[in-house]
Write a protein of this length. Structure first.
Length: 134
C-alpha cells in the first residue's frame, strides 16, 4: 500500500495529507461517513434549502438515490414535532408557472402551460420550530 494525498470527505472539507493506507488514524477522519445517507441529508438541509442535484454532489451519490431518500426523510420529519419539512416547489423559468400542487418530490419534465422544459429544480429544507403546547 502506498502514500498519497487525499480528500476523505470533500463535503465537510476534511482532508488528510500524506497518510499511509494502513494508518489507523484514517478512521477518525471518516467519522461523518458512519451516518446513513438519510441522516446526512437531514443534517445538510436543516436550516437551508438545497436541490437534489446539490445534495447528490455533496453526498457523492446519484441524484435519483437522493430523491428516493427524500421520501423517507419527509416521513421521518413528519413524526418529529420540533421540525418541519419545507418544499420550495419547482417553477418554469419561461412563464413563471409554479408547481405548487405537485405531490412528487422530483423535478417535472415540462411546464403544463407553455410546454417549456426549462424548469428550476425544487429545493428542500428543514425548519426547526418550537414545540406546540396543547
Amino acid at each position: 500500500m502506498g502514500w498519497g494525498t487525499t480528500n476523505c470527505h470533500e463535503s465537510c472539507g476534511l482532508s488528510r495529507t500524506w497518510f499511509s493506507l494502513r494508518d489507523p488514524l484514517r478512521c477518525r477522519v471518516m467519522l461523518p461517513l458512519e451516518r446513513t445517507p438519510r441522516q446526512r441529508i437531514i443534517d445538510l438541509i436543516t436550516r437551508t434549502r438545497l436541490s437534489s442535484y446539490q445534495l447528490a454532489q455533496m453526498l457523492g451519490i446519484p441524484e435519483r438515490q437522493v430523491e428516493e431518500h427524500l421520501t423517507h426523510v419527509v416521513k421521518t420529519i413528519a413524526r418529529d414535532k420540533t421540525r418541519r419539512f419545507i418544499l420550495d416547489p419547482a417553477c418554469c423559468q419561461d412563464c413563471d408557472f409554479v408547481f405548487r400542487d405537485r405531490s412528487r418530490l422530483t423535478r417535472p419534465s415540462r411546464c403544463p402551460h407553455c410546454r417549456s422544459e426549462v424548469i428550476a429544480a425544487p429545493r428542500y429544507g428543514i425548519d426547526l420550530s418550537a414545540p406546540q403546547i396543547e
